[in-house]
Design a protein around this ligand. Structure first.
Ligand SMILES: NC(=O)c1ccc[n+]([C@@H]2O[C@H](COP(=O)([O-])OP(=O)(O)OC[C@H]3O[C@@H](n4cnc5c(N)ncnc54)[C@H](OP(=O)(O)O)[C@@H]3O)[C@@H](O)[C@H]2O)c1
Length: 345
């Protein structure tokens, strides 16, 4: 225990991790942030990039000093000097890209959501197991040092019995963003809603009941949804996500002894408070930051897991990814949010 009364984070320094050779598949926005973060904070090697266009992969390779650029995902998956593929295509491409890489014998770190639905997530897990490769969803929040402390607080029972989790995530997007594209499984659920849903299911497990309400967007995607859930033992969770505008992206975990409030945006590096009814306040300080300050932790956790011969990442197991998507599937079922069949590659 530290002077603050909270445990210390057990997340090791990212510079100390064993080194993997990474291939980046789908050089878009998050691929840039991931590469910047890994190159700034770790000894990991971004060894190759694969794009649907050789021109785009060459431009990415040049911008980030990456030695190899491929003009197709197939070529990247087959590249002999790559240990692991970081899949960062739009959601609709995650399953097909994962199958490509796994069949080529590569480990995979797949952007969130790991698949469009729980069925795709289960299929990825089964294929990775059969091929004997590592697979994980890049739910980076759970790899941050602060989340290791939150996990210890929960496991130690410091909050008492958990009664309530309230979490939300809204953001503003340029009209050209893929979130407005129904063909790319747009809408806030898979881009933003995965964070509150992952938090809720991580803390409370499988819901007993889910009640969802939603509002459509003129582009044909869902614009906003809220869901209320109940859990074994009487706990409840409330989640909201939308593409209308920025929100604090707050998350609160309430227990019978104390309340844990994560500084917003809760999915990014930052601190949290544990408050007790007698006024005691325990504070965990973590420098506020964005993707570049945080994404390297998932990369190095994966590198350590693979070096130890593990096939999954403890902070985000494949069954946890499936469980979150099962809740997302149920919300979509209630709201009639169907992804076009063409997106189910
Ligand atoms: N962890 C996080 O904080 C975070 C943040 C943002 C996004 N993400 C996740 O990362 C994934 C990618 O998001 P992003 O914002 O980086 O997307 P993006 O900027 O649109 O980039 C996606 C890349 O995928 C490739 N791609 C393959 N098929 C495509 C298609 N049909 N349409 C458009 N592009 C296609 C494109 O590269 P080529 O055509 O050159 O191959 C494109 O550059 C999403 O699943 C998202 O949920 C995670």
């Amino acid at each position: 225990m530290t002077h603050s009364g909270l445990p210390a984070s057990r997340v090791p320094d990212s510079r100390d991790a064993p080194v993997l050779r990474w291939g980046v598949m789908g050089p878009g926005w998050i691929a840039e942030r991931f590469t910047e973060s890994v190159q700034a904070h770790t000894g990991q090697v971004i060894a190759a990039v694969g794009s649907r266009s050789l021109k785009r992969s060459k431009a990415f390779a040049e911008a980030y000093n990456i030695p190899a650029a491929y003009g197709s995902y197939e070529e990247l998956a087959a590249a002999p000097d790559i240990d692991i593929v970081y899949i960062c295509t739009p959601h609709t491409g995650h399953h097909a890209a994962a199958v490509l890489a796994i069949e080529a014998g590569k480990h995979v770190l797949i952007e969130k959501p790991i698949g469009l639905d729980a069925a795709q997530a289960r299929d990825i897990a089964a294929r990775a197991e059969q091929a004997g490769v590592f697979a994980a969803e890049a739910m980076w929040t759970f790899f941050l040092p602060k989340f290791d402390v939150i996990r210890q607080v929960l496991e130690a029972g410091m909050l008492g019995g958990i009664t309530t989790v309230v979490a939300e995530y809204g953001e503003h997007f340029d009209p050209s963003h893929r979130i407005f594209n129904p063909g790319l499984a747009g809408g806030p659920l898979l881009d933003l809603g995965m964070y509150p849903l992952a938090l809720v299911t991580e803390v409370l497990g499988d819901p007993l009941q889910v009640f969802a309400v939603g509002q459509p967007h003129p582009s044909g995607v869902n614009a906003q949804l809220s869901a209320i859930m109940t859990f074994d033992g009487g706990a409840q969770a409330v989640v909201n996500t939308h593409l209308h505008n920025f929100t604090p992206t707050s998350a609160t975990i309430v227990g019978s002894h104390a309340t844990l409030t994560i500084d917003g945006p809760f999915n990014m590096p930052g601190g949290f408070d544990v408050r007790f009814p007698d006024g005691t306040r325990l504070r965990y300080e973590e420098a506020k930051g964005g993707h570049v300050e945080g994404l390297h932790h998932e990369a190095t956790a994966v590198a350590r897991a693979i070096a130890e011969g593990r096939k999954e990442a403890e902070p985000r197991t494949l069954s946890a990814s499936v469980r979150t998507l099962e809740v997302a599937d149920e919300i979509r079922r209630q709201l009639g949010i169907a992804f076009p069949e063409s997106t189910k590659e």
